[in-house]
Design a protein around this ligand. Structure first.
Ligand code: AMP
Length: 219
């Protein structure tokens, strides 16, 4: 099964993708996480994308599609039964490239879930968001802080604010979302595979809504 989660930064896509991995056994393909990991490891690709990430701009499509293709090859090799995409595709040409990559595997996107969220909630989530610099676990300074101040509960890594969670970069990313990513809902909508869930709810309730949507269509 191949699922795309669409929502602005702070809508909880990454957290929900982690939960779907646990409940459905699919692979999470989060391009943002993959880029941050490359950067943390100091690879050539990581150095190439560092400035782009900090500015909240989009990494070029060919680079992004190549990193996704690598993950799809792992699925070909039996690593998982499908994928949940988080932060990809982000524009029409990425969506078309993904369709082509899946068609070549006799597969297709089955569900697109739009996580809808109010601006008020979004700003609260983004300004309080902290992430583990080693494993990518996500925390919130008020709602779900790590047990020990800035130390990751999961791996012991250091929990920090993302470099692109500054007001300027957040604004830029939200503008890109509205201009180039949101229109993907029309692209997929024509196939009748888009569902909307209320992202203002607590994480557990959002997860339940997503699972309901997936089950409702999985006949
Ligand atoms: P995210 O964690 O999804 O918010 O992504 C963090 C940053 O990684 C974005 O602001 C972009 O700079 C880059 N990025 C992630 N996914 C993509 C994508 N599909 N296309 C281009 N750039 C991306």
């Amino acid at each position: 099964m191949y699922i795309v989660l669409i929502g602005p930064q702070g809508s909880g896509k990454g957290t929900q993708a982690d939960r779907l991995v646990a409940s459905l056994g699919v692979m999470k393909i989060s391009t943002g996480e993959l880029f941050r990991a490359e950067r943390a490891a100091g690879t050539e690709l990581g150095n190439l994308v560092a400035g782009i990430l900090d500015a909240g701009e989009l990494v070029p499509d060919d680079v992004t599609i190549a990193i996704v293709e690598e993950r799809l090859k792992q699925i070909d090799a039996g690593a998982a039964s499908g994928a949940v995409f988080d932060g990809f595709p982000r524009n029409l040409s990425q969506a078309e490239a993904l369709d082509a990559a899946l068609a070549g595997r006799d597969a297709a996107i089955e569900h697109v879930v739009s996580i809808d969220i109010s601006e008020e909630k979004l700003i609260d989530r983004l300004s309080g968001r902290r992430v583990c610099s080693s494993c990518g676990a996500v925390y919130h300074i008020d709602h779900s802080p790590p047990a020990n101040d800035a130390i990751c509960d999961r791996c012991g890594g250091s929990v920090v604010q993302r470099a692109d969670d500054t007001p300027e970069a957040i604004q830029r990313r939200l503008a890109i979302f509205a201009e180039t990513t949101k229109p993907l809902l029309d692209y997929y909508g024509e196939r009748g595979i888009v569902s909307h869930v209320d992202g203002d709810q607590a994480m557990e309730a959002v997860e339940e809504s997503i699972l309901n949507v997936l089950q409702g269509r999985a006949v």
